[in-house]
Design a binder for this molecule. Structure first.
Ligand code: T3D
Length: 262
């Protein structure tokens, strides 16, 4: 079986490709654990000067694999989502901000749910002109997590962030650029080349200047990000304990509209 996360190196650029194209790269434990291990290794590897996250097939990622997630609710009674976040996406988001190298998300097709959260925790986003972004959490009774409750208002402003979170509206690449969620929009056919070219620019800039600039900006605007991730996880647990999440996920798996009690 092919690996769900593929790692490749070229000219000082580490590229991590999500590789579950039949499931639109929905995240499973192999992807989350693989990302954590790869980012931790890259942090201490001076030969890695920039990192690219991308998805194979027709999307970046459709977010958490909801079938896997349903299995976590083994008793059918409670999803221990806070613990899940602590083990997976909070570590990923924390590392994406902590690693003092540029991390670029290369967005093709859909970026949804915690797939979008991961993209937002990166430093830069390059989007194909056919890319689409949606939070999707509200559709299954959840709040944006994986750091998105922090990154989204930071990048897009409070009003637009709340609107996107509450409605799970799907927006295209041009709108995402207009509101500050992506840095560049390029023709879909050029996405890989343009992303690699941008990443390679950082191999020609002082790594100390690049890394310390990221540290300075992190400290200036998000000095308590890791603490916030824990608070976000606790709020997500409160949302999950409200009970709508199981119905939301079952409805997705059964390909029907959820029937929330109230
Ligand atoms: O711990 C935590 O707190 C994490 C919490 C995370 C929350 C989230 O990430 S919320 C999930 C957010 N994701 C979504 O809301 C997206 C769900 N997917 C969709 O709405 C649609 O798939 C798309 C709009 C993205 C694409 O639609 P379409 O028609 O192009 O493709 P499709 O046929 O729906 O999907 C292709 C396959 O991928 C399909 O599988 P199948 O039926 O061919 O075997 C579909 O079930 C699967 N897939 C897509 N998204 C997911 C998924 N499977 C599992 N989990 C998914 N998220």
């Amino acid at each position: 079986m092919e690996a769900a996360l593929i790692s490749a190196r070229s000219a000082g650029v580490l590229t991590l490709s999500f590789n579950r194209p039949a499931k639109l790269n929905a995240f499973n434990f192999e992807i989350a654990d693989g990302l954590i291990a790869a980012l931790e290794a890259a942090e201490d590897d001076a030969s890695v000067r920039a990192i690219v996250l991308r998805g194979n097939g027709r999307g970046f990622s459709a977010g958490q694999d909801l079938e896997v997630f349903l299995q976590l609710a083994a008793s059918g009674e409670r999803v221990d989502i806070a613990q899940h976040l602590r083990k997976t996406y909070n570590r990923v988001a924390g590392l994406l901000r902590r690693v003092e190298k540029p991390v670029i998300a290369s967005l093709n097709g859909i970026a949804a749910g915690v797939g979008l959260s991961v993209a937002l925790a990166c430093d830069l986003r390059v989007a194909a002109d056919d890319a689409e972004l949606t939070l999707g959490f509200s559709k299954i009774g959840l709040i944006p997590d994986g750091g998105a409750s922090f990154m989204l208002p930071l990048l897009a402003g409070l009003g637009r962030a709340l609107e996107l979170a509450w409605t799970s509206e799907k927006i295209g690449a041009a709108e995402a650029q207009r509101i500050g969620l992506v840095n560049r929009v390029v023709p879909a056919a050029d996405l890989e080349r343009e992303t690699q070219a941008l990443a390679e620019r950082f191999t020609r800039i002082s790594p100390a200047a690049v890394g310390l600039t990221k540290r300075a900006f992190n400290r200036a605007v998000m000095p308590n990000f890791e603490r916030w991730l824990e608070e976000e996880a606790e709020l997500q647990q409160a949302a999950a304990d409200g009970g709508d999440v199981l119905e939301g996920i079952r409805a997705f798996v059964e390909k029907r509209i959820p029937a929330y009690a109230k």
